[in-house]
Design a protein around this ligand. Structure first.
Ligand code: ZN
Length: 198
């Protein structure tokens, strides 16, 4: 035990489970939390639990939201016939920040990776195919340009093509292996405008 308190030890251990938090950071955070006023600690712990209990996937696009259908899918001014397929909610946020894309999204929650044992059934692909039975003009594949992202893009294009729906892939101006969320808006928009039909 690193502390003279079993409670501190437990708190630090729980914090160290979070991504990017090593043992030292966990210790610093644990000391900080103990020094905070009790109301603030309560608010922090409530916000974590409430978020966990109430945040869910949108029934249409699978992004994280508080309601059954997210604000984007509910918005009648958006183009519901254009669906951009992204790997995660963070990538969706990156495109939303540009305020230029007016279609809707589909969040896969991952990418196909034979190395990691992630297959087509492990991401929201079946759900995408169900959506394509509706009135859809174009599927824009905006998965990352990593090996997994490209594998996923190929797989999706093979699935969608026989339906006759137009399939496009964002241009490869996006750095290889780069997470979409870290790419600036200009690059994102250029990638979107320069998309090519598959
Ligand atoms: Zn939605």
């Amino acid at each position: 035990m690193d502390y003279f308190s079993g409670h501190m030890d437990r708190l630090a251990k729980e914090l160290a489970r979070l991504p990017g938090i090593g043992a030292k950071s966990a210790m610093r955070l644990a000391y900080h939390i103990i020094g905070m006023p009790e109301e603030e600690v309560q608010a922090l712990s409530d916000s974590i639990l409430e978020a966990k209990k109430n945040v869910r996937y949108c029934k249409e696009c699978f992004m994280l939201t508080d309601d059954e259908i997210c604000p984007i899918c509910k918005d009648p001014s958006r183009d519901h016939k254009t669906i951009m397929v992204v790997e995660n909610t963070r990538d969706l946020s990156a495109y939303e920040k540009t305020e230029k894309y007016r279609g809707v999204y589909h969040v896969l929650h991952g990418a196909i990776s034979p190395m990691l044992g992630i297959g087509p059934a492990d991401i929201k692909l079946k759900e995408l195919m169900t959506r394509l039975r509706g009135d859809v003009d174009e599927v824009i594949i905006a998965t990352n340009s990593s090996l997994e992202g490209e594998t996923t893009a190929m797989y999706i294009s093979k699935l969608v093509k026989p339906t006759g729906i137009k399939v496009t892939r964002i241009a490869s101006g996006v750095p290889v292996g780069g997470d979409l969320e870290y790419i600036d808006e200009v690059t994102l928009l250029r990638a979107l405008d320069g998309r090519v039909e598959l």
